[in-house]
Design a binder for this molecule. Structure first.
Ligand code: CDP
Ligand code: MG
Length: 153
């Protein structure tokens, strides 16, 4: 089982797409084990996007990501980090494959609706940035017998 940090960026909330995007993760069989509506402060933005601070587009990204509430969540499932990255799609909504979330709903390189951790190290780091241990609630889904064979993870 893997855990990955996902958040719906302010454009998702403003465009009333939160429910439809979350539904896709639920439909896939991923478990939502933490979730909250919150505002990203400039300090949190700099911590989360530390690798991008030097980029010439960072300030614009910070303005966007702090410009309205987000919904942060932790998703759990087999190979969840890769599965969710592929569901989210390429960074630029214009080139993301049409079946991906960005491919379906975004026509922007910046306003691409969803963040998802890109590997095990960043998942661990980002979960620690957004959630305290007591905010995480893992559980066995009752539909588990109908999601995967018993011998699968
Ligand atoms: O989110 P992802 O890992 O796909 O992309 P990234 O290259 O790590 O960039 C982080 C975020 O910065 C993107 O999701 C975009 O919202 C934003 N960005 C931007 O505003 N302008 C760019 N030229 C590249 C990324
Ligand atoms: Mg990234």
């Amino acid at each position: 089982m893997e855990r990955t940090l996902v958040f719906l960026k302010p454009d998702s909330i403003q465009r009333r797409l939160a429910g439809r995007i979350i539904a896709q993760f639920e439909d896939k069989g991923l478990n939502i084990i933490a979730m909250k509506l919150m505002r990203v402060s400039p300090d949190l933005a700099r911590r989360h996007y530390a690798e991008h601070i030097k980029k010439d587009w960072y300030q614009e990204l910070e303005t966007f990501i702090t410009g309205g509430p987000i919904v942060a969540m932790i998703l759990e499932g087999p190979e969840a980090i890769r599965v969710v990255r592929e569901m989210v799609g390429a960074t630029n909504g214009l080139t993301a494959v049409p079946g991906s979330i960005r491919g379906q709903f975004s026509s922007s390189r910046q306003m691409n609706l969803v963040h998802a951790s890109d590997g095990p190290d960043s998942a661990l780091r980002e979960i620690g940035i957004f959630f305290d241990t007591e905010e995480i609630h893992s559980y066995e889904p009752t539909i588990r017998p109908w999601l995967r064979a018993p011998t699968e993870e």
